[in-house]
Design a binder for this molecule. Structure first.
Ligand code: BG6
Length: 469
C-alpha cells in the first residue's frame, strides 16, 4: 500500500534526562539548572535544590530504566530519544576529567536499548546545563562554554560513537530567545539581559554546535548530526499584508537558527536585526569558517502548536503558547492552553523541506493532559486516553500527507512516551505518556507503571506502519 510509512521510518518516543532520571545527586552527578527550578521555566531559580522539586526524583528512570525500556520495546519502538545529563559526565562542567560513574550509567542504558534493537537518538544538551556553568560563567554568554561543551562532546562521542547513530547538539536551540536561563544557562534574569549578551550567547552556541559537528565527523564518521529547534509556524492574523509581513518577521526569529545550522552562515535578515539592535557580535577568527564548513545532516524539531502574528493590532500573546504569539481563533487548545493544530505540522514539514532540502526528524510532539486511572478489563489500572490517541492520530495523518507531498521525514518520536515531569510547569499531572507513572504533583505515589489505552494504539500503528491511523 502506497500510503504506508517508509519501512525504515524511525518510530519511537522521547524524554530528557532531567525530566525522568531523578537521582539528582547520585553517581557523582553535579547539580544542573533543573535542580533549582522547582516550579518550571517561568519562575526564578532557587538558591539550592528544594524538596518540592519533582525533578530531583522525577520518575526514577535512573533505577527503573530496564523495566521502562522493556515496555517501550513492547510497543515496538525503533528509536528512543533521551539526553545525557551533562552534569553526570562533568559535574561542574569545567573539570579536566569526566565522572566515570556517570559514563557507566549511560553504558548500561545503551546496553539495555541495544538488547531490544532500539536505536538511540541522543540530545547532548537538553535544558540541563551544569549549574556551576550558569552561576560562575553566566552560561553561554561566556565563550569558554564552547570549550567545556566540546570537551564533554569529545568524551561522549569517543565512548558511544559506535552505538549511537543520531545526535542532536542542543534541544530547541531557538528557545534561548524566550528562556535564557533554561535554554542557555544564562543566570542574568531575562528582563535584565542585554540584547548584546543574548545574541553573543546564541553565537557561542552556534559555533559550539558546528564545532561539535566537526568533532563528530572526525570521531564517528558514520553518525548523523542534527540541529533541534522549536517549530511553531506563524500565521498572519488576517490577510492584511502588514500582518503577513509581521508573521514573516516572527517566523524569521526561529528560522534563523536552522538557517545557520543548514546553510552555515547568518542570513541577511538576522544580520539586519543585529544592526538595528546595535549588536556587534564578538567573533573568533575562525568562527565563520567553522559555521560554513560544518553544517548538519538533518533538521529535527519539536512541534506542539502554531501561533498568529499581527502587524496592525496589539493583541495579547496567548497564555499557554510557550513561544508567545497571538492565539488562533480557529483552533482548540489543551488544558494548558497549547493550541492544537495538526495541519500546521504538515505545513511546517513542507516549509522546512522546501527551504533546506534536508531530511527532517520530528523529535517531539504530543498532548499534555490530566489522566485518570481506571480499572482495565483485566483488573489492571489503565487510562482511557482517547483524547491523546486522537491528537497523535491527527498529527500522524498529517505527517503521512507531508511524506506524500515529497518531504523526507526520517522519523517521529512522541514527547514524554512515559509520563515525566513537565519542563514548563514542573508538574507530573501534565502527562504525555503511553505509560502512566503513579506519581503526583505533591510527590506522593508508588512510581508504579501502567499501560494506557494509547499504549496498544501506538503499538498497532508502529506494527502496521501507519495503516491503522
Ligand atoms: C519541549 C521540551 O519544549 O516541550 C521538553 O523540549 C518539554 O523538554 C516539552 O517537556 C513539553 O513541554 P512541557 O512543558 O509540557 O513539559
Amino acid at each position: 500500500m502506497s500510503d504506508l510509512f517508509p519501512k525504515d521510518f524511525l518510530w519511537g518516543g522521547a524524554v530528557a534526562a532531567n525530566q525522568v532520571e531523578g537521582a539528582y545527586n547520585e553517581g557523582g552527578k553535579g547539580l544542573s539548572i533543573q535542580d533549582v527550578l522547582p516550579h518550571g521555566i517561568k519562575t526564578p531559580p532557587t538558591a539550592e535544590p528544594t524538596p518540592d522539586n519533582l525533578k530531583l526524583e522525577a520518575i526514577d528512570f535512573y533505577h527503573r530504566y530496564p523495566d521502562d525500556i522493556a515496555l517501550l520495546a513492547e510497543m515496538g519502538f525503533k528509536v528512543f530519544r533521551t539526553s545525557i545529563a551533562w552534569s553526570r559526565i562533568f559535574p561542574r562542567g569545567d573539570e579536566e576529567e569526566p565522572n566515570e560513574e556517570g559514563l557507566a550509567f549511560y553504558d548500561r542504558l545503551f546496553d539495555e536499548l541495544d538488547k531490544y534493537g532500539i536505536t538511540s537518538l541522543v540530545t547532548i544538551s537538553h535544558y540541563e546545563t551544569p549549574l556551576h556553568l550558569a552561576r560562575t560563567y553566566n552560561g553561554w554568554t561566556d565563550r569558554r562554554l564552547i570549550d567545556f561543551y566540546l570537551k564533554y562532546c569529545e568524551v561522549i562521542f569517543r565512548r558511544w560513537g559506535d552505538r549511537v547513530p543520531y545526535w542532536l547538539t542542543f534541544n530547541e536551540i531557538n528557545s534561548v530567545l524566550h528562556f535564557p536561563f533554561v535554554s542557555g544557562g544564562i543566570a542574568t534574569p531575562k528582563d535584565e539581559l542585554s540584547r548584546a549578551d543574548l545574541y553573543q550567547a546564541i553565537h557561542h552556541e552556534f559555533v559550539a554546535s558546528a564545532a561539535a559537528t566537526k568533532l563528530a565527523r572526525e570521531i564517528m564518521p558514520q553518525a548523523r548530526i542534527g540541529c533541534m529547534v522549536v517549530a511553531a509556524p506563524v500565521y498572519p492574523l488576517t490577510p492584511d499584508p502588514r500582518d503577513v509581513l509581521a508573521a514573516m518577521h516572527t517566523d524569521h526569529d526561529s528560522l534563523a537558527f536552522s538557517d545557520v545550522h543548514v546553510r552555515g552562515e547568518y542570513p541577511g535578515y538576522f544580520l539586519r536585526r543585529l544592526r538595528e539592535e546595535g549588536v556587534d557580535l564578538k567573533m573568533g577568527d575562525d568562527d565563520l569558517r567553522i559555521l560554513k564548513e560544518n553544517t548538519v545532516d538533518f533538521v529535527s524539531f519539536s512541534y506542539y502548536m502554531s501561533v498568529c502574528e499581527s502587524g496592525t493590532r496589539e493583541v495579547p500573546a496567548g497564555e499557554g503558547n510557550i513561544v508567545g504569539g497571538i492565539p488562533n481563533p480557529t483552533l482548540p487548545a489543551s488544558e494548558w492552553g497549547w493550541q492544537i493544530d495538526p495541519v500546521g505540522l504538515r505545513i511546517v514539514l513542507n516549509q522546512f523541506w522546501d527551504r533546506w532540502q534536508k531530511p527532517l526528524f520530528i523529535v517531539e510532539n504530543g498532548l499534555g493532559a490530566k489522566d485518570v486511572l481506571v480499572e482495565g478489563p483485566d483488573g489492571t489500572p489503565t487510562v482511557d486516553d482517547d483524547y491523546r490517541i486522537d491528537y497523535l492520530n491527527d498529527h500522524l495523518v498529517q505527517v503521512r500527507e507531508a511524506i506524500a507531498d515529497g518531504v523526507d521525514v526520517m522519523g517521529y518520536t512522541t514527547w514524554g512516551c512515559i509520563d515525566c515531569v513537565s519542563a514548563s510547569t514542573a508538574e507530573l499531572s501534565k502527562r504525555y505518556g503511553f505509560i502512566y507513572v503513579d506519581r503526583n504533583d505533591d510527590g506522593t505515589g508508588t512510581l508504579a507503571r501502567y499501560r494506557k489505552k494509547s499504549f496498544g494504539w501506538y503499538r498497532d500503528v508502529i506494527a502496521s506502519r501507519g495503516a491503522t491511523l
